[in-house]
Design a binder for this molecule. Structure first.
Ligand code: ASP
Length: 318
């Protein structure tokens, strides 16, 4: 059977799975509900799983990501995020649901929970993306409170960085890192979200992949979902999360799809990829998951009933 025909079969099977329940005999399928996230986020995934079991899928995504945004020790997301090179913390986030709706905020200042604002953009406005002052005004109109997001620790590191002001994005989580979270509920419906303060010491005004639907996140409830972490510029120029979901639509497993998306990035950035990190995680309609990255060191967390595990993703480079 040709690749396209195989893809159509997979697509049909996926639709059947969505209407019924997860096939029990499929290798690597796991019991619903399932939450997966970029990087080690066991506690946050548990928050999400609990909310999904007791509430709904979007509450799970929002509350799981809020848990990371509210943690000042995480210097890549929400409160405590590293600032841009002018010393201001600006946040990007997006969310996408089983109805194929999406909401996003970018260049948002002084609001520690951009994923919650993104959810309200999705639910309460005719738009998908709100940026900068408009996003802030919208958040304030919804009752969010402004606060200083630059913590003493992130400020101290920034002041140290200013001594050389040498900017070189590093691989893995040293200076950047996104919480990307995907989940499937017990009905087999899928949603996802991601949130970040972006690259530490980025240029003022820089927006990365994380608030861009198809780049930092993509959900197709008939097929699966994917989300990205790493050098946003490379994710943006390949629309990597959309690409990963499209590869799953063609019949690839989540792991194969993440690998194929990383390989696209490698092929298109032959002169620079060795210095860069990009990683994807994906979840399909059957509850199978996978991940792949350019560099070693990318980890992801998988959580379902009585199971919580951090995995090392396979990578293109050793
Ligand atoms: N992808 C994020 C961005 O480029 C950062 C990261 O995940 O490391 O803004």
């Amino acid at each position: 059977m040709g690749a396209i025909a195989a893809g159509l079969v997979a697509c049909t099977q996926n639709k059947e799975a969505s209407a019924t329940q997860q096939p029990k005999d499929l290798p690597n399928a796991n019991p619903f509900p399932i939450v997966i996230s970029t990087w080690p986020h066991i506690v946050d995934n548990e928050v999400a799983l609990t909310a999904i079991k007791t509430g709904d899928l979007l509450d799970g995504i929002e509350q799981g990501i809020n848990s990371v945004e509210n943690n000042p020790e995480d210097q890549s997301v929400g409160l405590g995020g590293r600032p841009d090179r002018t010393g201001i913390v600006t946040l990007d986030a997006c969310i996408m649901d089983k109805e194929h709706r999406a909401g996003s905020v970018c260049y948002l200042k002084n609001i520690k929970n951009p994923i919650s604002v993104a959810r309200l953009v999705m639910q309460d406005t005719p738009h998908v993306i709100l940026a900068g002052d408009g996003a802030l005004q919208f958040a304030l109109s919804k009752g969010f409170k402004e606060e200083e997001l630059l913590t003493a620790k992130s400020k101290e590191e920034y002041v140290e960085w200013l001594k050389t002001a040498h900017y070189k994005p590093k691989v893995n989580a040293e200076l950047h890192d996104t919480i990307g979270m995907l989940a499937i509920d017990d009905k087999g419906d899928i949603s996802g979200g991601c949130s970040t303060s972006g690259l530490g010491y980025k240029m003022q005004g820089r927006v990365g992949d994380s608030p861009i639907i198809g780049a930092g996140l993509f959900v197709d409830n008939e097929i699966g979902a994917a989300t990205a972490t790493g050098m946003g510029e490379l994710v943006l120029t390949t629309l990597g999360s959309f690409l990963t979901v499209e590869f799953m639509r063609q019949g690839m497993s989540p792991m194969e799809a993440c690998k194929a998306a990383v390989m696209r990035t490698v092929e298109k950035n032959k002169n620079t990829y060795k210095e860069m990190q990009v990683g994807y995680i994906a979840l399909d309609k059957y509850g199978r998951y996978g991940a792949y990255s350019i560099q070693p060191g990318f980890q992801y967390t998988v959580t379902f009933e009585n199971h919580n595990e951090v995995f090392d993703a396979d990578s293109y480079l050793d």
